[in-house]
Design a protein around this ligand. Structure first.
Ligand SMILES: [Zn+2]
Length: 168
């Protein structure tokens, strides 16, 4: 979100000494911190030895990535990641581990990444996801940004050294 005027007092915005967009009115203490948004991400291990990647219908063809999503109000990340996996690819997943948190600077998001195991049937009911790809561990490539770091860490934990290629 971008502001033209202070959302608290409608005053003029400027730059604070600390480098934040802030209200310049002396009586107002609004600061626009632009705190990162938390996003959950799922590295889905599918039927032992494969990774399931998803294609977002808004993306160019052949670009596949992790299932991700925003947390709902008051939702725990563990619940959120299982909910997103169910909604986006129709799988009842099981959390097998935490893969760490990674900053995705381009979108100012803090990714919270999990290793999810699933072996059911994929069902694409969410218009956001229109295709999935199931790839054996040894053939998975990762990318040097955001969720790519989580995928790389997962593959390394399984004893693989994935090739890192630009996203898309
Ligand atoms: Zn103000």
């Amino acid at each position: 979100m971008e502001y033209n005027h202070c959302p608290t007092c409608k005053g003029t915005l400027g730059m604070s000494a600390e480098g934040y967009t802030a209200c310049l009115e002396i009586s107002c203490n609004f600061v626009y911190y632009e705190n990162p948004t938390p996003v959950v991400a799922a590295v889905i291990e599918y039927k032992d030895g494969n990774v399931l990647l998803a294609h977002n219908s808004q993306w160019p063809p052949k670009v596949f990535a992790l299932v991700t999503g925003f947390l709902e109000k008051h939702e725990d990340p563990e619940e959120a990641v299982l909910r997103e996996v169910k909604e986006e690819v129709g799988l009842d997943g099981e959390i097998r581990g935490f893969l760490g948190h990674y900053m995705f600077k381009k979108r100012n998001q803090l990714l919270i990444a999990y290793h999810i195991y699933a072996d059911g049937e994929v069902e694409l009911n969410d218009p956001e996801i229109d295709e999935v790809k199931i790839i054996p561990f040894e053939q998975v490539k990762t990318w040097p940004t955001g969720t790519g770091h989580a995928l790389k860490k997962f593959l390394e934990s399984k004893g693989f050294t994935p090739e890192v290629v630009p996203f898309g």
